[in-house]
Design a binder for this molecule. Structure first.
Ligand code: FES
Ligand SMILES: [Fe+2]
Length: 369
């Protein structure tokens, strides 16, 4: 890998990666027998849940004449288009009835599909597998090569909480903002948390992992969130944290202190080319004896996410006129890796070859934060 002594011009291309699972909606937003609209990678979707509670996702356009299926009627079993009443099985998208056909007309109704997408639900979210754009005309849903990602968990019983916020920047800015260590002292200040005066030099070991990179297990920094929370539970030295980033948009963090653990899976999902949404799901088996523990945690996370959202809203103003941007070493190296991983993935897809991992081996990065 090149090491850049001079800051390079880096403009995120905002290209959206197809062929991955994405979080579509929080589970609680999708009620039985009701249809909900969602936009994912500029694809309008209709999402619902059948009479048994199983979630489904279809492109929000009828294969007949494009009427949004979300305008139709759903009885828990079949989705009926509001224009000419064609009926579809919602999980496969298969057409089951065309009311205008006469008894002697032999059109094979079962060969017609509304565009169904593979759908999975866990950890409080409905996930949708967004396939590569295929040939025109909807067929059966593509079978995803891997199951939908999960929040890491280390015991049978744990609690979950989620947070979601939309940001008016493209997915690349959302993601590099998430992995950026240098904004903490400036953006995430609070009297009960840390001040910018607690800034100090840090050194972190990173290693390549499939489709991504890992900040190797280490004792969390003494001014970090997990450290302060977990101090109550164990000797500080026994606390370790690991942070992974994996394409297309997954940041998972695991903190362990003996039998106690806390983890999170954060995603930044492209809604359109200029908008993204951050979803944080946290899981933990700590705070059982601490009154208001989960509420406290949610409060802290909500504060952090809101600070990031507000920052990106302001950043979007600056980005309107397409300024030149740069990434510096070492604080922006994870951002460089993200762009290199993305490029390597796109190259591999184009050539049909193996993806060449841009990070050759373990690396130590230094910065002040
Ligand atoms: S547009 Fe849906 S049935 Fe005609
Ligand atoms: Fe942040």
């Amino acid at each position: 890998m090149n090491s850049f002594a001079i800051p390079q011009r880096q403009t995120p291309d905002a290209e959206m990666l197809f062929g991955f699972w994405y979080r579509a909606l929080p589970s609680e937003r999708v009620r039985h027998n009701r249809l909900q609209k969602a936009l994912l990678l500029e694809i309008p979707l209709v999402i619902g849940r059948d009479a048994h509670g199983r979630a489904f996702a279809l492109r929000d356009a009828c294969p007949h004449r494009g009427m949004p299926l979300s305008c139709g009627a759903f009885d828990g079993q079949q989705l009926e288009c509001s224009y000419h009443g064609w009926k579809f099985e919602p999980h496969s998208g298969q057409c089951q009835l065309i009311p205008s056909l006469t008894a002697d007309q032999k059109l094979r109704v079962d060969r017609i599909y509304a565009g169904a997408l593979a759908c999975a639900e866990h950890d409080d979210y409905i996930w949708v597998f967004v396939p590569e754009p295929g040939p025109a005309g909807a067929t059966r849903a593509e079978e995803p090569p891997v199951p939908a990602p999960r929040v890491p968990s280390f015991s049978p019983n744990y609690k979950l909480a989620y947070l979601s916020a939309e940001m008016p920047v493209n997915v690349d800015h959302g993601i590099i903002g998430l992995m950026d260590p240098a904004h903490g002292p400036f953006v995430h200040q609070a009297w009960w948390w840390r001040s910018r005066h607690s800034i100090h030099e840090k050194q972190k070991a990173f290693e390549p992992i499939p489709n991504g990179f890992r900040m190797s297990a280490h004792t969390p920094s003494s001014n970090s969130a997990p450290y302060k929370l977990l101090r109550f539970y164990g000797a500080a030295e026994a606390i370790t944290t690991t942070i992974d980033f994996v394409l297309p948009n997954l940041r998972s963090e695991t903190i362990r202190a003996g039998k106690f653990w806390f983890s999170s899976l954060t995603t930044v999902t492209p809604i359109t080319r200029n908008r993204c949404r951050i979803d944080v799901v946290a899981a933990w088996n700590i705070f059982r004896w601490l009154p208001f523990g989960p509420e406290l945690l949610k409060f802290v996370f909500a504060k952090f996410v809101e600070q990031d959202r507000r920052t990106m809203e302001l950043q979007a103003e600056g980005l309107k006129h397409d300024p030149h941007l740069m990434l510096i070493d070492d604080a922006d190296r994870p951002a460089k890796w993200y762009f290199q991983l993305k490029q390597a993935y796109l190259d591999a897809r184009r050539t049909g070859g193996e993806m060449r991992h841009p990070i050759p081996g373990p690396v130590t990065l230094k910065w002040r934060s």
